[in-house]
Structure formats: C-alpha cells, structure tokens
Ligand binder design. Structure first.
Ligand SMILES: C[S@@+](CC[C@H](N)C(=O)[O-])C[C@H]1O[C@@H](n2cnc3c(N)ncnc32)[C@H](O)[C@@H]1O
Length: 461
C-alpha cells in the first residue's frame, strides 16, 4: 500500500535556503511537505514562495526529529517519495581523497570542517523516513571530503552515505555540468542519487546510470548547442557603471553597482573576451606589452606573475591595468590577482558560474561581454534561469529583501532549469516505472562525464 504509484509525489527539502533549487518541482507533480533552513532571512523568502510547505527554521542538528515528525504528520500514513538535500559546500576540500586521508591520519591536517558533518542529521532523517529517492547536491569536491562519523571514524562522506542507508538502497554520484542541461551558465555539481524504489533500481540496472541524458552539448553530437550569454541577455537595455544616470534601467532589478574612477578606467579599456590585467597602452597605442600570467611556485602552488608591467614598455604611461596606489608616495603597483579577475564573459559561451560575488568586477569572469559593468541583477536571474519560474523576491514577514540577500541566494543555489531535467525524469519513473524513460537503450558510457565518482561504490554497475 505504501509505495503505490500516486499522481502527486511528496518531497521534503533540507538546507532549502530561499527555495531556488525547489523551483525544479514547480512544474512537476511534486509537493514539498517540509523544508528546513538555518537562516531566517533566506527562509522568509522561501516561505513567501512556498506558502503550503511547513517551514522549520533553525539548525538541522536540533530540528531533525521535528522534520521527521512533521513529515509523518503530513504524509498521513503514505510514503515519502523524495528527500532533496543541498548541504553547504564551504567546507569541502579540493584535495584528492587519498592525499587528504593520509594527511589527516599522519596528523599534518588535523582540522575537519564541522559543516561537512551536516550529512549526519540528513542521514538520520533519511533512515527515519525511508524516502523512495534521496538526492544530494553539492560541489564536486564532496567526493574527496572526509568526515568524523558519530562513532569517531574518519570516513569519506559518500562511503558513509552508502553505509548508513544500508543494502536496501543503491545509487551513484556523478559530476554534472549544468550547461549540458540547457543552463546558460557553467556550473559543475556532484549529484548523488540513492533509491530503494523498484522502478528506479530497475532503471539503474538496465541503464547503469540514474542520471538523465544531457539535453545540450558543447560540441554538437546531434544535440542543441550550449545556451550562451548572447542567447539570453543580448536584448537587455545597455547600462554603464560610470555614472548613476546610466547604471540603472527602467526595470527595478536591471541595475549595476557603480565603479569608482580607477576601476571604471580599467574596465572601459578592457576589450571583449579579455581581462583588464592584459590591457594595452591608451596613450601611444602600443599593444605588445606582456600579458599577465600565472606560474607554479616551488611548492606547486599557482601564483600570479610578478613580472607583468604596469607601465607601457614603449612610452612609460600607466597602463589601464588593476593597480594599487601608495597613499603616501602616490606610486602605483600592479594589484595582486589572477588573469580571471576583471575579466569579461564571452558572448558565445554560457556565463561563468554566478557566485555570491557576482556584483564585484574584481571577482572571476564577472564583467559584461562588452559593456563597462558587471551583470545586472535581472540578467543574473535570467542566466541562473530563475526567470523561467514564478518566483518573487519577497519575504513572508513583509520586510524588504536586500540586494545583498538576493546575491547570496543566487550564488549559493543551482540553476533550477537544469535540476528540473533531473527531477522530471525521476518523477516520471517514480510515477510510471522505468520503461517511461528507457527510450532507446543507452548506457552510462553515453554520458559526457568527468567521471563517475562512485564507480567503486555502485553495486549495480
Ligand atoms: C548550498 S545552500 C542551499 C541552496 C538551496 N538548496 C537553494 O536552492 O537555494 C546551503 C544552505 O544550508 C543552510 N545551512 C547551513 N547550516 C545549516 C544547519 N545547521 N541547519 C540547516 N541549514 C543549514 C545554509 O544557510 C544555506 O542556505
């Protein structure tokens, strides 16, 4: 009786923030029964957009028993179909798993980030509610991350997931490029899926993957090409960050922060496809001044070049490159920074990942492809695909939502258009069986994967 197919599926959402990820359910037959988020500001925006969801605001370590009881109350004896959890990623490591394990074991790296242990209460919720499908979204580094289990064991996070879920569940984790799923933005994420549902398990066995086939491709292959910045924002009214009159359009969200005189000078002289660190002389027109570069130091660490000139090698004039001015002497030196700082996005590629720093010209690849500014908030919402959905930046308590909060909400979420592709396929299977999506017999090897991080764990592969 519990797992009978139903028209509408029941989900819960953990680490929900303002619900950008949950927009993936908006056009699907899924209702989110309960959400949990630590930060009041973010969850207020969630509640304005998902008024029918029971929102629990606070620390999941304390709230997990209540998440379970509130979900049970709302399921009214039925089964939970989907647990969707997007724990924070700030504590995840870029180091290789083996190297890190060795470093922690030999004592050279003692500190384990407590934020990574948020998977533990997540698994307690999963064990208590036994959802048919568990979906975890995180940065690719999650696969290299070690945590201290409750029993005091140092264990790779994904191994713990499999162990705690037990043999009833099977699944996999794969690094996904969201541009391959129609999102006009490069964003790589580790999507981990575990299931105990018979149809999902059958799909996994037959196809050797639970991840849907990409809808778009960088290099053709019969698929539509990646959606580009040009496709999405080239029609937007021009803006210019040089003055208050030109930095704002008629639409309240189409505005950009002003650039001070120095930054505006660097940005104004940055050609398409380039970064300000490579700008050439605006006085004599000499265009052979060496570009900025990176090198690896003795320890193998990537460093910005210290040789890059700030004055034109031909006429000696200050180049429009990011500088720091000594307040006492007035002397300039090149700002420390990488070539990706003060760099323009390309018109004909997806945008670079929109981070919480998207309003800062100095952050990686954040300049408009040709105008003298960063992206407007409206353009960011379009490139993050939030504008595909019904969504309002309002709070349930009626207070004002600041632009700073909106930048945070965008930067910490994944573009819902891409996630919807995943959940559409999974909800089809959960409601109608594996045959619904087995159109043509394709296997995991068809996926343009970086790798299957859980190949060694995936029992069915
Ligand atoms: C990566 S973001 C989630 C993004 C979200 N799914 C979305 O679509 O916008 C992680 C969220 O976890 C929240 N968080 C961090 N620690 C938490 C805790 N102890 N309990 C509950 N939520 C927590 C953060 O405040 C943050 O909003």
């Amino acid at each position: 009786m519990l797992d009978q197919p139903r028209m509408t599926l029941n989900a819960i959402s953990l680490f929900s923030s303002a619900g950008i990820g949950d927009l993936a359910f908006q056009r699907l037959p899924v209702r989110v029964l309960v959400s949990c988020e630590l930060l009041e500001d973010r969850h207020q925006v969630y509640q304005a957009n998902f008024p029918d969801t029971h929102a629990l605001t606070g620390d999941i370590w304390k709230l997990w028993p209540q998440i379970v009881s509130e979900t049970h109350a709302r399921l009214d004896g039925g089964a939970l179909d989907i647990l969707f959890a997007t724990p924070p990623c700030q504590g995840m490591s870029k180091n290789g798993r083996g190297k890190l394990l060795q470093a922690v074991r030999n004592g050279s790296k003692p500190a384990l980030d407590v934020r990574n242990r948020l998977i533990i209460p997540t698994l307690k919720v999963a064990q208590s509610l036994k959802p048919r499908l568990i979906v975890l979204e995180n940065v690719p580094e999650m696969e290299n991350t070690l945590i201290m289990s409750e029993g005091g064991r140092l264990v790779p996070i994904l191994d713990l997931v499999r162990e705690e879920l037990g043999p009833e569940y099977d699944g996999e984790a794969r690094v996904v490029e969201f541009a391959d799923y129609g999102v006009p933005q490069r964003r790589q994420r580790l999507i981990t899926v575990f299931t105990r549902d018979a149809a999902m398990l059958s799909l996994f066995k037959r196809r050797r993957s639970l991840h849907p086939r990409p809808t778009h491709s960088q290099n053709g292959g019969g698929k539509p090409p990646w959606v580009t910045v040009r496709d999405v924002i080239s029609h937007m009214p021009p803006l210019d960050a040089g003055s208050p009159d030109t930095a704002r359009g008629d639409d309240a969200l189409h505005f950009v922060p002003l650039l001070d005189e120095d930054k505006y000078f660097w940005v104004r002289h940055t050609p398409p496809e380039k970064g300000a660190f490579d700008n050439q002389c605006v006085a004599c027109g000499h265009d052979k001044n060496p570009c900025h570069g990176n090198f690896r130091d003795e320890g193998g660490i990537n460093r910005a070049s210290r040789e890059t000139p700030l004055h034109c090698l031909k006429c000696g004039t200050l180049l429009p490159r990011p500088w720091v001015r000594n307040k006492e002497t007035g002397a300039h030196r090149l700002m420390r920074g990488y070539t990706s700082a003060y760099k323009r996005m390309s018109w004909d590629l997806p945008a670079s990942a929109l981070t919480t720093n998207l309003a800062y010209a100095c952050s990686d690849n954040k300049l408009h492809p040709e105008q003298h500014r960063v992206l407007s908030l409206r353009e960011a919402l379009m490139l993050h695909t939030i504008t595909d959905f019904e969504y309002r930046f309002e709070r349930a308590d009626g207070k004002k939502v600041t632009s700073g909060l909106i930048y945070e909400i965008i930067g910490e979420s994944i573009p819902p258009r891409g996630l919807e592709v995943f959940f559409r396929e999974w909800t089809d299977v959960l409601r109608g069986g594996a045959d619904v999506v087995m159109k043509g017999d394709w296997a995991a090897s068809d996926l343009p994967l970086f790798h299957n991080s859980m190949a060694q764990l995936a029992k069915s592969a």
